[in-house]
Design a protein. Sequence first.
Length: 154
Amino acid sequence: MAIADRVGSNVEVASNRRAGLAALRRSEFGVVVVEESLAESDPEWAEQVWELAGLAMPVQVNFAISGCARLGREVKAALLRKDGEQAVARRAAVKEIENDLKSTVTGLLLESELALREPAIPAALEPKLRHLVELAGALRERLRGGEQGLGPRG
């Protein structure tokens, strides 16, 4: 069984070091696999590979002792780690956006309530400020009540 079938993904094989670097420059990959002896014999090249790999998970394997089954397991494990790291990063980004929104809505609510307390607000402005207070309050409640957060629902 070929490695592409084992991992359920497209696989691109570079025939030499230069081809490998060129592939990394032109495309993005989920995992980059490097033969251990190549990395150890040319650390500068290996460093270039890891820099160009971007967000791809690096996997260094000794092909002399690793068969296709083991390589498939290593690549699958790397893809699972990458998925897990991306999920954590997404949750952190959502939480940061939620906190920013909560802070902004609280500011809007406070400022609009303070404006309504001003003794000399024009009569035409008062209903608009009350509506702003209602909208900001409703948004705050949605942000508070949504324990699931802003992320995907389901």
